[in-house]
Design a protein around this ligand. Structure first.
Ligand SMILES: [Zn+2]
Length: 429
């Protein structure tokens, strides 16, 4: 990739500044931010038009080995998590490395076009060939100039339940997979689930790695592996390095128990990831009416000071037939399911697909600030809430100072002589 030329962005709206700001970018970093900056000689000037300049979107929970496989070898008829896992088991032996790489790269292109420049993806290690691991390690290298891909070694069939999963998981880490995964609620018993959490956290501590487990993705109020995850995090000194993904059983838990659990999570600095599109689709499937929503307790976790992020989880795979790499779609669903409708809560939903996931992934020099990476997206919206409402156009996506995607703004062309036309989706206040 060629070196990016210096760029001066004029009149950008930053979420935390009242006045429009100019942003000077050089050598892949943000060099200066301020109103009406002088233009250095030879710099390329770009008019940001008063639109919102946001740090790039970050997806902290995805399955890139399964994405874009919808309908292979058949579709999920029941729509349940368990049929999805069975279907993935049917597909796995038929996967080829070439097809895995091709689908993943196609998804990364979608991601870049949507301003999504960092993704943490789980990769199933329960195939002894480790085909998907090798494929995604190759993809990680290929996309590195334009997208941060972080891989989680994910024992889909259970690290204890599947006979070769632990050995495979260690091999995957040896090959360069970044994070230790797990799925305690899928082990045979509650005791095995707890044992798997302990084992995997110890492995992560030994190797100095982060942990991100599929944890309690269930409507069973007694699925309490998050308690063990928080305990092991504290015991092993992994504070701030461990994430509980899904945590849907918390939706159904006894309130008194949760009043003890949330402070334990806070004490261990465990991060939480909700996957709103998938949780609202897969959970509550055994219910008649009333049907539970099955998303974890997002506003309560946030209020307790726990870092909560939203993930996309699935796009066109055995579990979910829709999705488009648009993290604003994810934020919008999260906002609705959690009924987070106040101004500050809606902004918190925007943070849940930008700064919060960046924090749990440990992204370095992320955000709009002097000296940080020049990675950002210019959204056709005036503020984060409007961005969610509109699922705003990505007018320009920049990675390390280089424009990697752009889109025109929508304009009506009615050509009526007495009615000049334009499309302004914003509400001027
Ligand atoms: Zn998942």
């Amino acid at each position: 990739m060629e070196r990016a030329e210096p760029m001066l962005l004029r009149d950008a709206r930053l979420a935390d500044a009242a006045e429009l700001q100019d942003v000077l970018v050089r050598d892949g970093r943000i060099e200066a931010i301020g109103p009406a900056l002088p233009a250095p000689e030879g710099v390329r000037i770009v008019d940001a038009g008063g639109w919102l300049l946001s740090p790039p979107f970050v997806d902290p929970h995805f399955h890139m080995d399964a994405t874009l496989s919808y309908g292979l070898p058949r579709v999920n008829e029941s729509g349940t998590l368990l049929e999805g896992i069975a279907l993935w088991g049917e597909l796995k032996p038929r996967l080829t490395q070439g097809a895995l790489v091709e689908r993943a790269l196609q998804y990364c292109d979608w991601a870049v076009a949507k301003g999504l420049l960092a993704i943490r993806t789980h990769v199933d290690v329960c195939d002894d060939r480790l085909l998907a691991v090798e494929a995604l390690l190759q993809v990680k290298k290929t996309v590195a100039p334009y997208l941060d891909l972080q891989l989680v070694a994910f024992p889909q069939d259970g690290v204890l339940r599947s006979p070769t999963a632990l050995a495979n998981l260690k091999r995957a880490l040896d090959l360069g997979v970044d994070v230790v995964g797990g799925i305690p609620h899928f082990e045979r018993t509650m005791a095995d689930g707890a044992a798997s959490v302990k084992l995997l956290c110890e492995l992560a501590a030994e190797r100095g790695l982060r942990v991100d487990m599929h944890c309690d993705e269930s409507d069973d109020p007694l699925s309490r592996h998050i308690e063990t995850l928080a305990f092991e995090t504290g015991r092993l000194g992994l504070h701030g390095r461990v994430t509980g993904s899904h945590l849907t059983s918390m939706h159904s838990m006894d309130n008194y128990y949760v009043s003890k659990l949330i402070p334990l999570m806070r004490e261990a600095q465990v991060h939480a990831i909700a996957n709103p599109l998938i949780n609202i689709t897969l959970q509550g499937r055994h219910d008649t009416y009333p049907k539970r929503r099955g998303m974890t307790r997002v506003p309560e976790l946030m209020a307790a000071g726990i870092n909560v992020a939203f993930g996309h989880d699935c796009v066109m795979d055995p579990w979910y037939s829709l999705g488009s790499a648009d993290m604003l779609e994810v934020a919008q669903m999260g906002l609705h399911v959690a009924q987070m409708t106040s101004q500050s809560q809606m902004r918190a939903c925007f943070d849940a697909v930008t700064v919060n996931p960046a924090k749990l992934m440990g992204l370095v020099d992320y955000g709009i600030g002097i000296g940080r990476h020049a990675d950002f997206v210019l959204l056709q919206a005036r503020d984060p809430v409007e961005a969610i409402r509109l699922r705003a156009n990505r007018l320009m996506v920049v990675r390390r100072g280089r424009v990697v995607a752009h889109a025109p703004s929508a304009v009506a062309t009615l050509n009526l002589p007495d009615r000049p036309t334009s499309v302004d989706w914003t509400l001027r206040r």
